[in-house]
Design a protein around this ligand. Structure first.
Ligand SMILES: [Zn+2]
Length: 166
């Protein structure tokens, strides 16, 4: 799996969040859609405006320059992030129709709420902001746990800092 399958992934204006990634074919539940790539960055190397995905307690994946940089957050996503032997993948957790925008819930990999956290996803279930994972409600965290959508570093952080059962 690599992003050379880019012809199936189309960048398009979303009208609210800038550019997003849309699919030009159907994807089935469980299918890997793309692999996130980019340099590993430490906190001192990033600013509030650096495009990153948190991949460790003090480690971030920076921009790759490819389509994977444009996957938007949604409070009602169709994909989850999964660490796999191939890398950090975006996996469909339900069937995705042709023309849909790919999204995942950024909160699943955030230990700290980002400075620019206002959510513009427009979903009926929009939470209004993109919070840290442990600020999500318990039922939503359980849902993401069941979807295997919570990275190992977030789970480990939870055991260390949030000893209450999730
Ligand atoms: Zn939202």
């Amino acid at each position: 799996m690599n992003n050379s399958k880019v012809r199936e992934l189309v960048l398009r204006e979303t009208g609210k969040t800038g550019v997003g990634v849309f699919v030009s074919r159907e994807y089935r539940r469980g299918e890997s859609v793309l692999t996130f790539e980019g340099p590993h960055l430490r906190p001192f190397e990033i600013t509030d405006f650096t495009h990153t995905i948190q991949v460790g307690e003090d480690l971030f994946l920076g921009a790759s320059g490819g389509v994977d940089d444009y996957v938007n957050h949604s409070c009602n996503p169709n994909c989850v992030l999964r660490g796999t032997p191939q890398g950090l993948e975006l996996v469909a957790f339900r069937d995705i129709a042709r023309g849909e925008e790919l999204t995942f819930d950024y909160s699943t990999c955030l230990l700290v709420e980002p400075p620019l956290s206002t959510c513009l996803c427009g979903a009926p279930t929009c939470r209004g902001r993109v919070e840290a994972y442990f600020d999500l409600g318990r039922s939503l965290r359980r849902r993401y746990e069941r979807l295997n959508a919570v990275p190992e570093f977030v789970r480990r952080y939870g055991v260390a800092h949030h000893p209450k059962p999730l």
